[in-house]
Design a protein around this ligand. Sequence first.
Ligand SMILES: CC(C)(COP(=O)(O)OP(=O)(O)OC[C@H]1O[C@@H](n2cnc3c(N)ncnc32)[C@H](O)[C@@H]1OP(=O)(O)O)[C@@H](O)C(=O)NCCC(=O)NCCS
Length: 207
Amino acid sequence: MPHLISQRFPLKRIFQPYHLGAISTISSNKFSKYFIKIKKDVEEFIEYNLGEENFMKIVNIKENSELLSEYIELCSYEWGSKKSTLEMQNYVEKKKKSILNDEKVISILGLVDNDNLIGFISLFKYDGEDRKDLTPWYATMYVKKEYRKRGYSKLLNDAILKEAIKLGYKKVYLKTELDNYYERFGAKYAGKINEFEKLYYFELAKE
Ligand SMILES: CC(C)(COP(=O)(O)OP(=O)(O)OC[C@H]1O[C@@H](n2cnc3c(N)ncnc32)[C@H](O)[C@@H]1OP(=O)(O)O)[C@@H](O)C(=O)NCCC(=O)NCCS
């Protein structure tokens, strides 16, 4: 298949708004067929792009030193405390060693466009101090600001769930402050986990 769609084509534009404008005058039956076709096109697009070399793909960040440094920095900016440049350099070096030696970090997957990191997601044995009786944890879902609102977080979600299935897990847990976000990927709400965050889980296979 030739490269008909540019690698920076925003997925959202396949659904909106011009397709919706174009179907406003057709019947609901035709609407369903049309919508199913668009959905299929998008699924093929995602599959196709992730399958191509030198195109968007999912990579193992633990095996790429530069991506691992970027992952640590971005996680620190998003969820950690403020650091000076020197503090950050030292932190990245220390954290890299601990990630590579600590069995807490099961997997870190990145979505890359050639060598450029778009976003990442991880699978941890435990996530903070809450509910250490549960394992593993779906964590650090992150898409860089300039790539947001294009549907890329779904690719990361799908990749980490696939990874968890491959590793033989039947359920994965996550905690979040976000409302009505992980539900769209099939996560089930399981109550509050602390003052600010809620607990969710994904059922990966029938127990
Ligand atoms: C949350 C985040 C990963 C979303 O990435 P994204 O690539 O922009 O999301 P997508 O384009 O794939 O959005 C998928 C859907 O989720 C919705 N969504 C996106 N961010 C959301 C949020 N913060 N809260 C609720 N829904 C959200 C979108 O509206 C979209 O819905 P739609 O398809 O009905 O329009 C991204 O904003 C991010 O990295 N934020 C900072 C880190 C973070 O908060 N991570 C989550 C930690 S629990």
